[in-house]
Design a protein around this ligand. Structure first.
Ligand code: HPA
Ligand code: ZN
Length: 328
């Protein structure tokens, strides 16, 4: 009751959100129809698509997520996708969003980098004026395509630098450790980009160490497998390296069991900078408030802990200090 009400009205920052993962089945079919590409979708109907959102691990989700992206072709498609998300986010009291996009998922289908970037950026600009919702864009490299393709993508992004706050690393984790991408991330940091990486979602705690030591990350995305390494937890707490945790995603992708969820509360109590986020809400069954609510209900969080998580979302954000302070 009271806790759910608190969650719904607390202004919050959203730091781990893949814009392609906000493509709701309704919009997917609408765009497929508009673009004449219904045949490219793996499912014949909306109901069939929704019924398939039942995953065994990260890869079974990624296969559907990439397939759905086939409907994103024009700048307007990217605008519509982003605008739909921003309106939904505002309804969850999100006042600042740091949004991932996967340029290679689009350039790999001959959709130009600029088409995706401009459609997304124009919606973000409109959100600022029409919804009072600020944002940053973070482009993620697809780790399964390797470091060379990431380097090409970084170079493609340079002309659009003013629209891109940071770089990240996502897609299939196992077998693609962060250290492979050290050179790309060094160059990105030199170009002034903030640096984040998915690590310790399906991969081991060792990959989180690599993201810290080889990529010099400002935040870890997911990072829940850190829980298995006490020395790593101590390091992350001391360095105040934020984790952008996505509880419903972890449940849907069977990343951890209940025991790990409970340890999350212990880490929060120890002062680790944990934030709550929604990852790919159209696929995982809940936007950010649903993720807070799930955690609150499974752990019996009290109001003080909800405040802590909401505060962490701004502390961990890439907002300028002055603006950040105004949110705290
Ligand atoms: N993990 C890795 N790659 C992704 C994810 C995720 O949760 N969502 C979209 N790309
Ligand atoms: Zn993610």
């Amino acid at each position: 009751g009271d806790i759910l009400q608190l969650i719904s009205v607390l202004p919050k920052a959203q730091l781990h959100l893949h814009i392609e993962g906000t493509l709701e089945p309704e919009l997917m079919f609408e765009l497929a129809t508009r673009n004449g590409v219904l045949h490219k979708l793996p499912h014949k109907s909306l109901e069939e698509a929704q019924a398939a959102y039942n995953f065994h691990h990260l890869q079974s989700f990624l296969d559907l997520y990439y397939a759905g992206c086939a409907v994103l072709i024009t700048k307007q498609d990217f605008y519509d996708l982003t605008w739909a998300y921003l309106k939904r986010a505002a309804a969850d009291s999100v006042v600042h969003a740091e949004i991932f996009f996967d340029p290679q998922t689009h350039t790999g289908r001959d959709v130009p980098f600029a088409t995706a970037l401009q459609g997304i950026s124009e919606a973000l600009a409109d959100a600022k004026t029409k919804l009072g919702l600020s944002s940053h864009l973070i482009m993620c490299f697809l780790r399964h395509l390797g470091p060379e393709s990431a380097m090409t993508t970084l170079n493609e992004a340079l002309p659009f630098k003013e629209h891109i706050k940071g770089v990240g690393l996502d897609s299939s984790e196992l077998g693609f450790p962060p250290s492979l991408f050290q050179e790309v991330f060094e160059l990105a940091a030199k170009e002034g980009f903030k640096v984040v990486a998915h690590a310790g979602e399906e991969g081991p705690a060792e990959y989180v160490w690599e993201a810290v030591n080889h990529l010099n990350v400002d935040r870890i995305d997911h990072g829940v497998k850190s829980i298995e390494d006490a020395a790593l937890c101590a390091h992350l707490s001391k360095a105040q390296t934020p984790l952008t945790v996505c509880p419903l995603s972890n449940v849907k992708l069977k990343v951890y069991d209940g025991v790990l969820v409970e340890k999350l509360q212990v880490l929060l109590k120890q002062g680790m900078c944990i934030t709550i986020n929604s990852d790919d809400p159209a696929y995982f069954g809940g936007y950010v408030n649903a993720n807070y609510a799930f955690l609150a209900q499974s752990l019996g969080l009290v109001a003080e802990e909800i405040y802590e998580l909401h505060k962490n979302s701004f502390v961990a954000s890439f907002l300028d200090d002055e603006i950040r302070a105004a949110h705290l």
